[in-house]
Ligand binder design. Sequence first.
Ligand SMILES: [Zn+2]
Length: 311
Amino acid sequence: MHPITCIYSALPGTFQPSTPKSRYRVTNALTYTAMSTHRIELQQITLTRVGYVDVPIAPEVAGLTADDFASIPWRAPLWTEGDQLRAGAAAWFADVEGARLVFDPVQAADDVLRADQEMERAQQSVIADLFADAQFPRESVDCLVLTHIEGVGMVAWRNDDGSWSPFFPNARILVSDVALREFEASEPDGEGDLQYEAWHALIDQGVVESYADGEVIAPGVRAEVTGGHCAGHAIVHFGGANGEAEATLLGHLAVSPVHLATGECPQQHVDPAAAWSLLRALAEDGRTLIGPLWPAPGYGRWVDGAFVAGS
Ligand SMILES: [Zn+2]
């Protein structure tokens, strides 16, 4: 079983269905940040984070305790809130030479967003509207890139009859060849395994493809199959004109930026030593780091022993 089933499993509140007045709103007793957009301008690529909601979560969901990050001076207010971590439901988009890509859209929250079919229909409509309002309508996306298979997220769209379609109807869906092989060899996790049902439906529809380690997905966009988090996990490098990576999407190597400073995390990773050494190498070379589950702004840079958000 995947180590992270839902980043919101400790959240007491519920997401409200879509109505004109409640769009983008989440009801719970905790603080939250509704829709936000952040942009990274690289030499040749513009990356845009469209955020749905940021919420506090129990650190145990991400394999940590509050003591693990209590002494990190840069943890608050963005990445932690008291004894809790902050996590984000978001998608990253990239426009590359006329093609539009989206990365890890709203993953790791199926337990809330897909709690039942009524909730699914409401949530996926709200999120589709959110993307459209941010100038990224789902029909405009050419390619959906995943760092690994983790639930359904906004990869599939639940139809009224219970069947599945691609959430981004004109996009091919890319995962690593290792991840796809592992998924195809897996058995369903009991009755109502959403990941199993949705992904098999998408594979049967012929929209799922794979990338290999080192493959260039689009000009300046290169996948690296790292393992660490799970066998087929990958990160994505965004490069400049000289071919060097300016920014890297870390996938779930760091569910929170505090994982850049808390050491090996065996609760999160099949190979915690590999994940930790890779994280530190990527941090130390000063590139921009992006986390698909990080709250807004969702990115930053390691500078002089601290993580600096939005740089
Ligand atoms: Zn994961």
